[in-house]
Design a protein around this ligand. Structure first.
Ligand code: NAD
Length: 337
């Protein structure tokens, strides 16, 4: 059994903990928190040993009547792999701690790509992370684009990707984020950081990305144009994408017109927290004009990176190859909505 610790138990960390627990070859050693908030209360209810991330705050847990299993240093020492899901930038600060304990670590997409051995997407470059010490699981948007580009590149060759990313202003619980009533080019200059980020996975890819931020919390929406090196018909592309376990090609008959209906569907399907781990590609949007492919896809920002973290754990531990790992993760989670 791979022993996995999670440092930072917020939006991403709590989902990764549950996904790790669901795997047949992994166990959660514990999770580290900075404060005894509602998420700490739920971690205790789920029997995750709770570690304090900051020494000065131990008293707060004592006052809340929450028993701690120890300090984060002990969690790191006891783990075969640590998943850092702290706010952007904190992971890099923590990287020294992980190195001191010789514990391989995963970081999230908000971290810089500079200090890690490799960035990671299971479908695209699993092998690059095998045996690595510091691996960054790329952001929700980069994960969504990488999953799409990998099969298109293998099947047809990709000449150029152009993507406009309509991004949610914040996650549902991020009450301080916005905009509340606006539409922001974000950034107003081109390209947005997403294109260069995708190049951490596909270094030679020609890609331009534009970003906007809108008053929404449910999902991101991508409008994608890929110039292929072949001229497939739309039905063939649709079939290719539908064969990918982490791409959900939404059937027209579902009558899903946007992110709201998608989230409703996920809840109806009994997904934990209403999560959608798959890219959601509108089947009717898949259109070809010669070698140009167009489509819309929605990305559930809070959860699409979760299976990727699980695969990255196996990669750094050299515990499976890409196909085995993805199959195990998918089976354990119930991928395929
Ligand atoms: P979050 O704020 O929901 O969770 C972070 C958690 O870490 C919080 O519980 C916070 O209290 C805790 N924390 C802060 N400092 C800490 C420390 N020193 N030690 C331990 N815990 C600490 O953030 P999130 O949305 O889960 O984002 C985490 C990372 O995942 C970021 O790099 C982010 O860019 C990336 N990411 C986020 C999303 C998303 O949509 N939420 C999607 C993909 C990737």
């Amino acid at each position: 059994m791979l022993r996995v610790g999670i440092n930072g138990y917020g939006t991403i960390g709590k989902r990764v903990a549950d996904a790790v627990r669901a795997q047949p070859d992994m166990e959660v050693v514990g999770v580290a928190k900075t404060r005894p908030n509602f998420e700490a209360e739920r971690a205790v209810a789920k029997d995750y040993p709770l570690y304090a991330a900051i020494e000065d705050r131990v008293e707060l847990f004592d006052d809340a009547g929450i028993e701690l299993a120890g300090m984060v240093e002990e969690l790191v020492e006891e783990s075969d792999v640590i998943v850092d899901a702290c706010p952007s930038g904190v992971g890099e600060q923590n990287s020294e701690l992980y190195a001191e304990h010789d514990t391989p670590a995963l970081y999230q997409g908000g971290e810089s790509a500079e200090f890690v051995d490799t960035s990671f997407n299971a479908r695209s470059n699993f092998a690059d992370a095998v045996g690595a010490d510091h691996v960054r699981v790329v952001s929700c948007n980069t994960t969504g684009l990488s999953r799409l580009i990998a099969p298109l590149g293998e099947e047809y060759g990709v000449e150029k990707v152009r993507a406009t990313l309509v991004r949610r202003g914040g996650d549902p619980a991020q009450s301080s984020r916005g905009p509340i009533n606006d539409i922001l080019p974000d950034p107003v200059t081109l390209p947005s950081h997403h294109g260069p980020d995708v190049q951490t996975i596909f270094p030679d890819l020609a890609i331009d990305t534009l970003g906007l931020k809108v008053p929404a919390t449910l999902m991101h929406m991508h409008s994608v144009n890929v110039t292929l090196e072949a001229e497939p018909d739309a039905a063939a592309v649709r079939d290719l994408l539908a064969d990918e376990s982490r791409l959900f090609v939404i059937p027209e008959r579902f009558d899903i017109d946007g992110a709201g209906a998608l989230k409703e569907y996920a809840q109806d399907a009994g997904r934990p927290r209403g999560d959608i781990w798959e890219n959601c590609v509108w089947g009717e949007s898949v259109t070809t004009e010669g070698s140009d492919l167009y489509l819309f896809q929605a990305i559930h920002q809070e959860s699409d990176v979760v299976p990727e973290n699980v695969d990255a754990i196996r990669a750094v531990a050299n515990a499976a190859d890409a196909a085995e790992s993805v199959a195990t993760t998918d089976d354990a989670l119930g991928m395929g909505i």
